[in-house]
Design a protein around this ligand. Structure first.
Ligand code: GAP
Length: 458
């Protein structure tokens, strides 16, 4: 097996229709990515798996789809207008722009620069003669705080327009609807609200393919619990989150919890951990899990002058719930899953054979329909394809030798292939090939459908 690099994954993703460079025919728009026919399927499958585990199967959680644009006062209350900043530093020699905390952490990975004050970061960079990663010189500007929220304006007349922000996290929409959801679903604390949707951040240093981008999707759970019980729920959701990743076939050796120490904690958090994954460029954040206390609901209660207190129906106690928040990026999970599943080997013939060992529930196509000889079996195969595609994502392929067609499907992780041959026309049975076991079984269409549906369950 060949070692995986980011370059290998990017080329694979592009060549097979998972991810393309955004706006490419116009020369591209840096760090934007489009998800092709296979990419959109994988993304949808990841989101579905998350929703199934954290909403459908959860005894505690319900779903929500709040708007991206919020009343701008919500972002003042949440602290994003005042404090959602990254420390920006420019190289005077080559004019490249960097995140000061990243400069420090790259120089010495044992330092947690996100816990340092601006003047401490400036002094550290100077004292340690940290060079510019682009040109190697030591001539930096002072550090400026750069707000990461994308601004836009609403209204047809510019001067009268209302300044709005594209949400930098989906969480705040959940807090704003906390009361509605609790009342209309007659929920008792503890309960959680899940939301999946786009978020936007004007990142200073996006990069590593789809790892850090300015437009991305989050899958967030805000879990509301009684103050004092947050440690129990924090531990509960840590365990559930890790189990979800392992069930998606991410290897435990490639996953680790990285607890934040006191200097790294956000002002609203009393406990935070990241689940880090071993990407080709090393361990880095996949999933943030934070205990956010009652900070958000209290802030929104104060700024909106609307009570967000919860009354316990049994004890009549009134309180603002504490919140535990697991927050996972769809694209980071996408990258982790691709990295984990991709294998390639060079055969003696020099041919490269790719096998995507992906969980069947995540595979873009569940079954490939292959007529053995196009001339004789096309009509029957098209009938089978139409029948299968009513149940699962199926793909039809009649081009080339059957062995090659199998390999094409192996390369994109299709767990099953159905071959239509001469006997199929006689007895209505087809060969079902299982990619992982390489077993071939002769089955009727109904049996094939039942078998596939059973095997692709998550
Ligand atoms: N509501 C909490 C929150 O947004 P975060 O740690 O800033 O916390 C949560 O983000 C997750 O969202 C991260 O663990 C990561 O998976 C994803 N994420 C954050 N910024 C991202 C970016 N610029 N590009 C891609 N994914 C990102």
């Amino acid at each position: 097996m060949k070692a995986k690099s980011m370059e290998t994954l990017i080329n694979y993703a592009k060549n097979y229709g998972f991810v393309y460079q955004g706006s490419e025919i116009y020369g591209g728009l840096a760090n934007t990515w489009d998800y092709g026919p296979l990419g959109v399927e994988l993304k949808n499958n990841l989101k579905q798996a998350f929703w199934k585990r954290f909403v459908q199967e959860s005894p505690y959680n319900v779903g929500l789809d709040s708007s991206i644009l919020l009343n701008p006062n919500a972002w003042v209350a949440s602290g994003h207008v005042g404090g959602f900043n990254d420390p920006l530093i420019d190289c005077k020699a080559c004019q490249t722009r960097h995140r000061a905390d990243h400069l420090i952490e790259t120089y010495d990975p044992s330092v947690h620069a996100d816990g340092m004050k601006i003047n401490e970061m400036e002094a550290y960079i100077k004292d340690n003669h940290i060079p510019c990663p682009a040109c190697g010189k030591h001539d930096f500007t002072t550090i400026r705080q750069f707000n990461l929220m994308f601004k836009t304006s609403q209204g047809v007349v510019d001067e009268q327009g209302l300044d709005l922000y594209l949400r930098p996290e989906t969480a705040q929409g959940i807090f704003l609807d906390f009361k509605h959801v609790q009342r209309t679903s007659r929920l008792k604390v503890p309960f959680g609200i899940v939301q999946i949707g786009k978020s936007f951040r004007n990142e200073i240093t996006p990069g590593n393919f789809i790892f850090r981008t300015r437009e991305f999707e989050q899958m967030e759970l805000e879990f509301f619990c009684k103050p004092g019980t947050e440690k129990t729920w924090f531990d509960y959701w840590k365990k559930e989150s890790m189990q979800f990743l392992i069930d998606l076939n991410l290897h435990a050796d490639n996953l680790t919890f990285e607890d934040h120490d006191a200097s790294q904690l956000s002002h609203y958090s009393n406990m935070t951990t990241d689940i880090e994954y071993k990407y080709p460029f090393g361990f880095d954040e996949l999933w943030g899990i934070a205990s956010r206390t009652d900070y958000d609901l209290t802030q929104h209660q104060t700024h909106s002058e609307t009570s967000l207190e919860y009354m316990d129906p049994v004890t009549n106690e009134k309180y603002i719930p504490y919140v535990v928040e697991p927050s996972l990026g769809v694209e980071r999970l996408f990258l982790a899953v691709l990295n984990e599943a991709y294998t390639s080997e060079t055969l003696e013939s020099g041919e490269e054979r790719i096998n995507l060992n992906i969980h069947p529930a995540l595979a873009p196509y569940k079954v490939a329909v292959l007529p053995l000889i196009k001339k004789h079996h096309k009509e029957e195969a098209e009938k089978v394809y139409r029948a299968l595609s009513k149940h699962v994502m199926a793909v039809y392929d009649e081009a080339g030798k059957i062995g090659r067609r199998y390999r094409r499907q192996d390369a994109i992780g299709t767990p099953f292939a159905v071959t239509i041959d001469h006997d199929s026309l006689e007895d209505g049975t087809y060969t079902l090939r299982d990619k992982n076991t390489m077993e071939q079984t002769r089955l009727s269409l109904d049996e094939i459908i039942a078998h596939i549906e059973k095997r692709i369950k998550f």
